[in-house]
Ligand binder design. Sequence first.
Ligand code: ATP
Ligand code: MG
Length: 330
Amino acid sequence: MRVVSGIQPTGNLHLGNYLGAIRQWVAMQHQAESLFFLADLHALTVAIDPKELAANTIEMAATLLAAGIDPDKAILFNQARVPAHAELCWLLQGTARMGWLNRMTQWKDKAGKNREGASVGLFTYPVLQAADVLAYQATHVPVGDDQRQHLELARDIATKFNLDFGVELFTLPEPFISPAAPRVMSLRDGTAKMSKSDPSDASRINLIDSDDAIAQKLRKARTDAEPLPDTMAALAERAEARNLVTIYAALAETGADAVLAQYAGQGFGAFKPALADLAIAVLSPIRERLTRLLDDRAAVATVLEQGGERARGLAAPTLLAAQRAMGLHV
Ligand code: ATP
Ligand code: MG
């Protein structure tokens, strides 16, 4: 079993990223050979500020380390340090079909009406994602719902390549969706997901938020006036209340019904401060580690360089085999 997953180094990580993705990565590094990368090449598909991209890459790497990624267990690196990603991406561009990419909903969403003005990279983005996982013969890829279609495309590209060149080169990666990974919703709107790109900072808890900011955002989180019921089913129509219970359960690493068993009959006046205490207990050690790591950015860069070296070694045989299969080694 080999796990590969990446995250774009844009903006600050929030509680949704942590509970929905990063915490799963931290657990997985103990169970499987794991490669986690900062997708700085993917970040180039929209306008970037080079200084900001470099700083974000280091900050996001530091956040992953603070959250518990252990560079002695998992291989942590930034994509640009491993040229095999971009090289294999080019080799796979002959295999991927325009029609396949045209059907990607993320492309349609992100390009919007301005397809002519979108970067070519935004269109071929899923081919780079395919290269990211195929280069390492990943067996499992932790993905959110939004990335399922791209992983399916990676499987189609791998299948067609193997068939076209008569090789059994690429492993078909399986999606891995942890049952423990909740979908965390916005604190301002229980029907929208918590997101980096939401303009309202009050909608999310960032991993760098102070204890006071966490408590204040939860105190002001949108809710209703009803007390909590004793089952999740009874919260079907109360999206904001459901979200806070889901967050509590995820932070406490217990089930939502166990949380309701404890708080049934109580209102948010009692529940919100308890949730804030719990969130602070989980998040403040991460923030403190992150602050320390950011005091020595060069040390974080060294972790990425060392991870990159291991990743280059793992990707090399597959890249070479792909080149051979395509007649590039004369
Ligand atoms: P953007 O708004 O720019 O898309 P984002 O907040 O969705 O940012 P991503 O970088 O797209 O963050 O996602 C990183 C990882 O976090 C992905 O695995 C994604 O599925 C997961 N994730 C993002 N938001 C949530 C959320 N609200 N709840 C659970 N998981 C989430
Ligand atoms: Mg997203």
